[in-house]
Design a protein around this ligand. Structure first.
Ligand SMILES: [Zn+2]
Length: 414
């Protein structure tokens, strides 16, 4: 992710982090994902613990602050970059003769962990593409530490002089928790609020929930926090900015939801909705909704998937012929595949790279020659799209396409 975005100044697979200290014993280790460290007079509470490789860094930062035991670890949700760094903290407690920390999470976190293990090869495959992880590195989590304690809607506990209120909110995941600390006017929100357009409709992932996601930040704002520690990126401070940040995200999600629902009610099909939805300037320009990870187009896809099946309105597409046969028919009409490739090059020169890709695909899908030339052109076009693309997910999909082509060409001995 480029340096100019607030979300990703620290790379995904780096164990580096930067500790930020706030008032009243609140600290945040800002790595790819954030780890919140809250001090009380009877011990520490950690909210989110990063990847497994973040664990030693967390222990180091906690021990630079205090010798007190870590009493609780809260998983903000069960994603790989938030709920896997507890092992080093548990080991540190053992070595110091402290009681083991109690790990708390929403009741759907264990179910997620079960699913991850059941579908490990699949998750490794899709996450390798989504995050552009090289083949020689592991691309998904292997070691699970299940929560000791789970809850359904809300739960609170006190530690020393401080109250911790855990609340469930369904958004990016069905297992999300945000934590309100009233005495410190601080809220830890995990991925319910990050410096990006919400990651709903991720091209690889299960259904996510736009209206429920909107309700989360609205509830957060209603608590009037003065410090918000997000799942990624720098903290937000000041009641006004936090309210604005939360409501902007919620309003955008409700706006997209209302639009898609209205268009479905008017009998519109997917293509028309995806090509025709509005994303007003005030959202497009908001730093709280930058399309650097999630993307409004992905959100519309998710809303469609939520309310509608997969039929796209064209009866020809119900039981389609294989792409190879369709492309073969078109190419035999055109006669010369070079003509098709030349047209794609012209379109690309006219800044119509996406359209050019569809045209090149006729040659590739049909299996016609010059195959290598067609694949080379496609790789070049995908590379151009990747260069202009702000969304990390979309960019990695384009680059994944380039890698795939290079692999094919390599296998052919080119
Ligand atoms: Zn995250």
């Amino acid at each position: 992710m480029s340096e100019d975005t607030k979300l990703g100044s620290i790379p995904l697979l780096s164990s580096q982090g930067e500790i930020k200290h706030f008032d009243h014993g609140v600290h945040m280790l800002q790595s790819w994902a954030n780890i919140c460290i809250i001090e009380t007079d009877e011990g520490m509470v950690l909210f989110d613990v990063g990847f497994e490789f973040n664990g030693p860094g967390i222990v180091e930062e906690v021990r630079a602050i205090t010798d007190k035991p870590v009493r609780y670890i809260i998983y903000g949700h069960g994603h790989a970059d938030h709920a896997f760094g507890a092992r080093a903290v548990i080991k540190d407690a053992e070595e110091r003769g402290h009681p083991p920390p109690i790990i708390v999470a929403h009741k759907n976190v264990p179910r997620r962990f079960d699913r991850y293990q059941e579908m490990f090869p699949y998750h490794e495959h899709i996450n390798r593409i989504q995050f552009g992880i090289p083949e020689e590195m592991p691309a998904f989590v292997r070691n699970y530490i299940y929560p000791d304690l789970t809850y359904q809607e809300a739960m609170s506990f006190r530690l020393g002089n401080t109250t911790f209120e855990l609340r469930h909110s369904k958004g990016e995941t069905d297992d999300a928790t945000w934590m309100w600390i009233p005495e410190r006017k601080t809220v830890c929100v995990s991925d319910l609020w990050v410096w990006s357009c919400p990651n709903i409709g991720n091209p690889f992932k299960v259904q996510r929930y736009e209206v429920e996601w909107a309700q989360g930040p609205e509830a957060v704002a209603a608590s009037s926090p003065e410090l918000l520690l997000p799942g990624h990126g720098p903290a937000l401070s000041g009641a006004d900015e936090i309210r604005d940040a939360c409501h902007t995200v919620a309003r955008a999600l409700r706006f997209l939801n209302d639009q898609v629902v209205a268009m479905l009610n008017r009998g519109k099909w997917q293509e028309e909705i995806l090509q025709g939805f509005e994303w007003p300037e005030k959202f497009a320009k908001s730093p709280y909704l930058a399309p650097i990870y999630g993307h409004p187009y992905f959100i519309v896809q998710a809303i469609l998937r939520r309310y509608h099946g997969w039929f796209d309105g064209n009866a020809s597409h119900l039981f389609p012929s294989p792409s190879r046969e369709i492309a073969g028919e078109v190419l035999s009409l055109v006669g010369d595949p070079e003509k098709v490739l030349n047209r794609a090059r012209t379109l690309a020169k006219d800044d119509q790279t996406q359209l050019a890709l569809h045209i090149v695909d006729f040659v590739i899908d049909s299996g016609a020659e010059p195959r290598t030339e067609a694949l080379d052109l496609k790789a070049q076009l995908l590379g151009n799209l990747a260069e202009q693309e702000k969304s990390l997910i979309a960019r990695n999909i384009f680059l994944g396409g380039v890698r795939q082509i290079k692999k094919i060409l390599g296998e052919q001995g080119d």
